[in-house]
Design a protein around this ligand. Sequence first.
Ligand code: SF4
Length: 265
Amino acid sequence: MTSRVCGSYCRFCFRKRLFIKGSTEVSLGIKERVNYIRSHPEITNVLLSGGDPLILSTRKLIELVSALSEIEHLRFIRIGTKTPAFNPFRITDDPELERVVSILKKSGKGAYIVTQFNHPRELTDKAKEAVKKLLSWGAILLNQTPLLRGINDNPDTLRELFISLVEIGISPYYIFQNRPVLGNHHFSVPITEGIRIIREAKRGISGLAGRIIYIMSHTTGKIEIVGCDEKQIYLKYHRAANPENHYRILTVPRKDDALWFDDLV
Ligand code: SF4
């Protein structure tokens, strides 16, 4: 489920189109979305994303998770948010927000918060305080971050980020290859360089900090960038729009200027 607003306005964001007035990709009515999920028993989990769901009022969020928590076939709910990084006060200064997590917990559903910390410097004392609060409420925290030229395209920076996340109770989850959209090309790192950077970042750290998966969120599915050698790049579908590609391994000729899947195939 997608909210149409986001307070962060990251310059690399591949979802800017959603924030454009009149975008038809997101619908506003909570009721209609919940009814859709309720009438589709094959849906086992929901990702609240955006934009940023924590931009919604706490009253709206409680209304939303209360409705979702009553749907039996939903097993867990994920909330994707950059708020702990860019506005931790939203979490530390609103005790009512705890109800969002406790409602899900009481309903027996897993309550996952997927944060977006992209650099160790975003882990400010206030951000850490917000993370501590979320954990104390019983949420499970994972982090996903895009690989960004000039921001975190450096093994030492990423290593420090992964270790610092685990240190405060967040599991490093995905590192995304920058999805090319208008205006974000200068943030992209070539795939073979990304492989080298992430391999170096994982060197000498624990499995817990190093279990991050390097991934492309492509229209054909979620594609893991497994590695490369002198001649080939190795990819693996994690989830594919075409069921025949589910967990399929792909070997493609190495191209050192390739920034995206479409540049490889
Ligand atoms: S927080 Fe996410 S949705 Fe919001 S601007 Fe940043 S990348 Fe885009």
